[in-house]
Design a protein around this ligand. Structure first.
Ligand SMILES: Nc1ncnc2c1ncn2[C@@H]1O[C@H](COP(=O)(O)OP(=O)(O)OP(=O)(O)O)[C@@H](O)[C@H]1O
Length: 256
């Protein structure tokens, strides 16, 4: 389970009188349950990536709390992050290493033996249908190949919780379907807690058990697609999203 409560983060750009402050996250709260796929949705700049980076321990919040399976990411980072797999938007593979080496290296960083990490790389390659890629250097990999390698790396230590930032970015229709199927299996067969951010409404309808809508760094609505449609009085989730997220953002803007 992943819990985010009253999280805030601001960035300051520049110095002195020219300094500009951006309130990227402004008290966002949500919970993602085990055995469920939770989608975090919001307009550009709503604070989704910043929030997920705080959950992953990559940046520290100004205030508020993130917890993974009840472990506070700030207080017990090693224990909390050992229970988390992260697929970031940047992917961040080592280009001179093969896919296999990237996955095994990450397993070693997570405290696994080389043999255990190597065995896991094989089974994940099978699950993700990427066995032919394993011994190629990742330099020059296509978007889909990079995503599969990065996902295998994120899953190498078999974390109970997985966060994915725009995982289908740049993927073709078959790779997108394969990823969806993988996420469903991880949820249904292994009871993982999966959180992902996306801009693709179809993906939400296909995959998400629960949706968190964020705007201006805050949660503006939460529920199943059907509950949110009912709340907005819409049949189409895209209309619901525009109404709940963008109208909320406009109201916030007018009030500011
Ligand atoms: N390192 C940083 N320095 C300055 N501002 C930042 C930094 N990271 C994020 N921001 C700002 O914080 C706000 C939230 O950004 P974030 O990337 O979290 O949004 P997002 O919801 O993921 O957006 P998108 O859907 O466009 O990816 C934006 O205004 C962004 O410009």
């Amino acid at each position: 389970m992943i819990e985010v409560s009253a999280l805030t983060k601001r960035f300051t750009q520049g110095r002195g009188r020219k300094a500009r402050v951006v309130q990227a996250v402004d008290g966002v709260s949500w919970t993602a349950a085990d055995g469920a796929i939770t989608g975090v949705l919001g307009p550009n700049g709503a604070g989704k990536t910043t929030t997920l980076r705080m959950v992953a321990g990559l940046i520290a919040p100004d205030s508020g709390r993130c917890a993974v399976d009840g472990l506070d990411v700030a207080r017990e980072p090693r224990a909390a992050l050992a229970r988390l797999g992260v697929l970031s938007d940047a992917r961040g593979l080592y280009p001179r290493l093969t896919a296999r080496e990237n996955i095994v290296y990450y397993g070693r960083l997570q405290g696994m033996s080389t043999a255990a990490a190597a065995a896991r790389a094989e089974s994940l390659a099978h699950l993700l249908e990427m066995t032919p890629l394993l011994d190629r250097r990742t330099e020059g990999f296509s978007q889909g190949e990079r995503m599969k390698t990065a996902l295998a790396r994120a899953l190498v230590h078999d974390p109970a919780n997985i966060i994915l930032d725009e995982p289908t970015n740049g993927l073709d229709v078959l790779a997108t379907r394969a990823l969806r199927e993988t996420l469903r299996r991880l949820r249904d067969e292994q009871g993982k807690c999966i959180v992902f951010s996306t801009h693709i409404m179809q993906e939400v309808a296909y995959l998400c058990d629960r949706v968190v809508l964020v705007a201006h760094g805050r949660t503006v609505a939460e529920g199943t697609v059907a509950e949110l449609n009912a709340q907005a009085g819409q049949a189409d989730f895209e209309e619901t999203f525009v109404q709940l997220a963008f109208d909320a953002a406009e109201r916030e803007g007018a009030a500011a």
